[in-house]
Design a protein around this ligand. Structure first.
Ligand SMILES: NC(=O)c1ccc[n+]([C@@H]2O[C@H](COP(=O)([O-])OP(=O)(O)OC[C@H]3O[C@@H](n4cnc5c(N)ncnc54)[C@H](O)[C@@H]3O)[C@@H](O)[C@H]2O)c1
Length: 436
């Protein structure tokens, strides 16, 4: 099948590459000339495990193409995916200017039947708006389908190739058949393609992300309570996670959820609810808890240093909002950096993949170390903000020898309390006793 993907970011590039991998002819379009040039020349633009191999193979086999020319990209395509940004607007709602802008353009250029698929996360009613924006300029036959994306950065290729489910919102039989054929190779093991109306599909995505965010905020509150009641959140997590109704995943407390999706999607769903005069109480609490959690570890650090961080230097391990990605959008590390620098401290950071993105954003606001151990030089303490695997069993002797104080503040609960006690560290994590 001939397919176009408009927007070649984290979702668009994975979508385009994976559809090419199952034999489709895919053209990805982006307005970022630099990005398109790099991709055309075989240079991958994001870090995503497993993606580069697939990308290079399909580029070589000429099933994957990149262009800045929307008309050329969609000319022969039957299905056009929109994988465009939907950032938060000033009032918290999803800003639809990219999606509706492209819909407007498509109306002027489509000449024969197309299925336009919204893969961006968009509020309920967007499919209808996209339909109107296209219909305004077009006499051609077309359908608009909502097909929200559930991939997780860090395991995006696996998620796309073997999705738990595919949600397709459409009332058109013709579009339904085309979407079924396209997704058939991805659901051979029997995972469902769930068809529904457009509005329900749009809400499904927000409901999924908001529920997961709620799980995280709930565990962060349980962690706070554990500290006050002398319980251990790791034990509580294991105790409740083995209940099938609760499940083991997304029960890890930490320094708040971040990334390009949860913060904006929870906010946008609250805004959608407000627009229809519904007060979504749980989600307001979820957001408030998350705000407080981002700087919770900083309060522990300040206490340890008697409220005086001026002139102190902190080694920071982890910048990406989660491991196995270079994505730093809404990363908790950035909030911590900001707070530390405001207190007069300096930061020497290391991340296996996200350093370049942080350099572009923060410039010389912080130092960038070449390795996790180089970040420790002359530092007063170590802070851990992302649970990269390589941070899990570090050389503690090296850490102890480099730091001015044997103090670790761990926002991801990487280490065993007994081991830290034995090693003689001051060790503060989340929802567990402080090792002194
Ligand atoms: N990143 C995720 O993990 C994830 C997961 C599921 C859903 N989503 C949703 O998918 C959508 C895209 O997210 P993303 O993370 O891929 O964003 P992104 O910022 O990485 O990529 C968006 C791309 O669109 C391009 N673009 C902007 N305007 C354009 C235009 N007029 N024509 C062509 N290209 C244009 C940008 O240059 C960029 O390359 C969002 O709605 C997001 O909420 C993201």
């Amino acid at each position: 099948m001939k397919i176009a993907v408009v927007g070649t970011g984290y979702v668009g590039l994975v979508t385009g590459t994976c559809f090419a991998e199952t034999g489709n002819d895919v053209t990805c379009v982006d307005i970022d000339v630099n990005k398109v040039n790099k991709l055309t020349n075989g240079e991958i633009t994001i870090y995503e495990p497993g993606l580069e191999k697939l990308f290079l193979r399909n580029l070589k086999e000429e099933r994957l193409h990149f262009t800045t020319d929307l008309s050329a990209a969609i000319k022969d395509a039957v299905i056009i995916f929109l994988a465009l940004p939907t950032p938060p607007g000033e009032d918290g709602s999803a800003d639809l200017k990219y999606v509706l802008g492209v819909a407007d353009d498509l109306g002027k250029i489509i000449k024969n039947y197309k299925v336009i698929v919204d893969k961006s996360t968009v509020p309920v009613g967007t499919a209808e708006k996209v339909h109107s924006a296209i219909a305004k300029n077009s006499k051609s036959d077309f359908d608009v389908v909502s097909n929200p994306e559930f991939l997780r950065e860090g395991v995006a290729v696996e998620d796309f190739m073997k999705p738990d489910r595919v949600v397709v919102g459409t009332n058109s039989e013709k579009a339904r058949k085309l979407m079924s054929d396209l997704y058939a190779p991805f659901v051979r093991q029997g995972n469902p393609v769930i068809f529904m109306d457009e509005r329900s599909a749009e809400l499904t995505k927000y409901a999924a992300n908001s529920f997961l965010a709620a799980k995280i905020s709930f565990m962060n509150e349980i962690a706070r309570l554990c500290e006050l009641l002398d319980a251990d959140v790791d034990m509580v997590r294991r105790g409740i996670g083995s209940d099938d109704r609760i499940g083991k995943r997304f029960l890890f407390p930490g320094i708040g959820y971040g990334g390009s999706c949860f913060p904006k999607d929870v906010q946008a769903l609250v805004k959608s609810a407000n627009d229809v005069k519904y007060d979504f109480k749980i989600l307001n609490a979820v957001m408030n808890i998350n705000e407080g959690q981002k700087l919770y570890l900083i309060s522990g650090i300040k206490k340890y240093f008697n409220n005086d961080l001026k002139g102190k230097k902190f080694a920071l391990w982890g910048l990406a909002f989660k491991p196995n990605t270079d994505d730093i959008r809404e990363a908790p590390s950035l909030y911590m950096i900001d707070a530390l620098v405001k207190e007069g401290a300096t930061v020497s950071a290391f991340d296996p993949e996200a350093m370049n993105n942080v350099k572009k954003l923060l410039g010389d606001k912080i130092e960038y170390a070449e390795s996790q151990y180089m970040a420790l030089a002359n530092a007063d303490a170590l802070i851990i903000a992302t649970e990269w695997n390589e941070f899990r069993t570090p050389d503690f002797a090296k850490i102890a020898a480099s730091l001015k104080n044997k103090a670790i503040f761990d926002g991801r609960n990487l280490f065993d309390l007994a081991a830290m006690r034995e090693l003689g560290f001051y060790y503060q994590s989340i929802g567990r006793a402080i090792v002194k």
